[in-house]
Design a protein around this ligand. Structure first.
Ligand code: SF4
Ligand code: SF4
Length: 84
């Protein structure tokens, strides 16, 4: 069975949350970058569904785990799991 490229993903273990980006869903619109309250999202070297850069947190310290990026993403490409 082959796995759909939509489920290609990358995880970042940050202090407050596990940040998962499904690069195969990201269309590179930049909305999450604009809306992150602590400006921790940057373009990544990994490519999204249209061959444009996907996104990632710039470091493991800044993300607060607020979930805003996940809420605003039109393609549900980001999942935030807050740590206790
Ligand atoms: S969870 Fe919040 S702080 Fe972390 S990257 Fe997303 S919008 Fe930014
Ligand atoms: S909002 Fe979603 S589709 Fe747009 S750049 Fe961010 S992760 Fe990619």
């Amino acid at each position: 069975m082959s796995t759909s490229s939509a489920y290609k993903m990358k995880q970042f273990d940050t202090k407050k949350a596990v940040f998962t980006i499904f690069t195969g869903l990201c269309k590179g619109c930049g909305l999450c970058i604009q809306k992150c309250p602590v400006n921790t999202l940057v373009w990544s070297d990994d490519l999204g569904v249209y061959g444009t850069p996907a996104v990632q947190p710039k470091d493991t310290d800044t993300c607060t785990g607020c979930g805003m990026c996940s809420v605003v993403c039109p393609d549900c490409a980001i999942v935030i799991e807050r740590k206790k």
